[in-house]
Design a protein around this ligand. Structure first.
Ligand code: NAD
Length: 439
């Protein structure tokens, strides 16, 4: 008798062309409730609700069988939402390792903080799971490279959560840019602005009774619990988060490098600071970075605490070429001639806003659909980790350039910093004993 797992594996292998198995079409015809992919969602406070919404949108092909969070209140609230939205219960666990041990889990999604992304994704691959990991796929460049290697070694799929890669209109306009729409492209400008408040000065307080602080910290060095770190504000602490460059630059710089058709630059240079507030925030709130290629450049301007927009938008990317410009954001795109006159536009029908990040948005639905098709039929992923990790590493290098306050010269094959041992020391990070990922 063929088990459910063997059946799913045969379908994936058959569709990838390595063996004669069921075709995707015949599989779709016989797909029943028990043949849907079993997903476990990990890290449930905020972004995970977009994963829930996307899995609901794809519920003919997938269901949520397990949910995991180290905070028992967050876990219960999300499990209740699964019951309500999907119409079935999911098993709950605070320890993701228990979930990885479940044979029937086909895929995990990771929306835990950044310091967890690579260690959890690698553990998932080692347990034979397909992985949807939120951006950034890693906390530092060494981890990103390790995750790419792990994906190749263990063979399951890893999709990174840069959902714009699965947006129809973005795919279409990038394709047109590649086909000469605005001539030879040479400049990509990306930006983000928000009005985040101060995170204040944290106080050491007792760990909330519902939270397993040890398992929250996991690979990060142990620290006493403070009242201004989680949820969300961990983004601004270096042992957990990666700053605004990775938080939002990952999306916008990725669009630029995709449209310009470039990988690692020759030079990276950043400047900025924490100007708006003086508090525990360990990164900049204002950062300008330029990535230089032999005949092109990308720049990134991130403002975390100053809402002034560019082109009336709080985020976006413009791609400039010898004949014109294309502006792309989450609301559509606009095409301009060389004089800066708008010649055409496409709108998805709702304003582009950072609030699109959480909750229902069709790009994430499409990105999950692509991941599911990758697992079930061998379809090409839109943001496999080998592709996603390039923008992630570029923005980590932007952080390093800001730290050392100088321009970095890179090996364009892998992004490694040349002739600067002090900067290269920041390629990796320190782990809590026993938690460093190995493959
Ligand atoms: N693709 C996008 O557009 C997008 C949007 C928002 C956030 N994100 C990404 O999603 C991730 C999560 O962001 P968020 O805003 O939801 O953060 P959050 O702080 O609100 O939630 C993180 C959750 O992870 C849980 N967690 C921590 N350690 C865990 C562990 N070991 N096992 C299980 N759960 C654990 C926490 O308890 C918390 O509930 C971030 O990496 C962020 O960059 C992506």
């Amino acid at each position: 008798m063929v088990t459910r797992r063997e059946f799913l594996d045969t379908v994936a292998i058959g569709a990838a062309g390595f063996a004669v198995g069921s075709t995707a079409k015949s599989y779709a015809q016989i797909l029943g409730a028990n043949d849907r992919l079993n997903f476990a969602v990990i890290g449930l406070h905020s972004r995970a609700y977009a994963h829930l919404s996307a899995l609901k949108a794809n519920s003919k092909a997938a269901r949520i069988t397990h949910v995991c969070d180290v905070d028992s209140k967050t876990l219960k609230k999300f499990a209740d939402s699964v019951q309500q939205q999907m119409g079935h219960a999911a098993a709950t666990d605070k320890d993701f390792r228990e979930i990885l041990a479940q044979k029937d889990v086909d895929a995990i999604t990771i929306a835990a903080p950044d310091h967890w992304h690579t260690p959890m994704a690698i553990a998932g691959l080692q347990a034979g799971k397909n992985v949807y990991v939120e951006k950034p796929c890693s906390h530092n460049p060494a981890e990103g490279a390790l995750l790419v290697e792990a994906q190749r070694k263990y063979g399951k799929l890893v999709q990174m959560g840069t959902q714009q890669r699965s947006s129809d209109y973005t795919i279409e306009i990038v394709d047109k840019i590649h086909n000469g729409l605005i001539g030879r492209t040479y400049y990509g400008k990306s930006w983000y602005s928000n009005t985040r408040g101060s995170i204040g000065i944290g106080k050491v307080v007792p760990v909330p009774p519902q939270l397993d602080w040890d398992l929250w910290q996991g690979p990060a060095p142990r620290r006493p619990y403070k009242d201004n770190v989680q949820p969300y504000n961990w983004h601004w602490f270096k042992i957990y988060g990666t700053g605004e460059a990775l938080n939002n630059g990952t999306h916008e710089v990725d669009v630029c490098r995709w449209a310009l058709g470039v990988d690692y630059p020759q030079r990276v240079s950043s400047s900025g600071g924490r100007y708006q507030f003086k508090d525990d925030w360990q990164f900049y709130d204002t950062l300008l970075t330029s990535f230089e290629y032999p005949d092109k450049m990308i720049d990134w301007e991130g403002k975390s605490c100053q809402g002034m927009k560019f082109y009336h938008r709080d985020r976006g990317s413009t791609i400039m070429g010898t004949k014109g410009t294309v502006l792309i954001d989450r609301g559509g795109y606009e095409i301009y001639d060389l004089e800066g006159k708008k010649t055409s536009e496409y709108k998805v029908g709702k304003a582009a806003s950072s609030s699109d990040l959480v909750g229902r948005d069709s790009m994430t639905d499409a990105h999950f659909a692509n991941f599911i098709a990758g697992i079930r039929t061998g379809a090409k992923l839109n943001a496999p980790v080998s592709v996603g990790n390039v923008a992630v590493t570029m923005l980590q290098l932007s952080n390093i350039s800001w730290e050392v306050q100088r321009e970095l010269h890179l090996d364009t094959t892998d992004g490694k910093i040349q002739n600067d041992p002090q900067a290269m020391k920041m390629w990796g990070r320190e782990y809590e004993k026993g938690w460093a990922p190995h493959i």
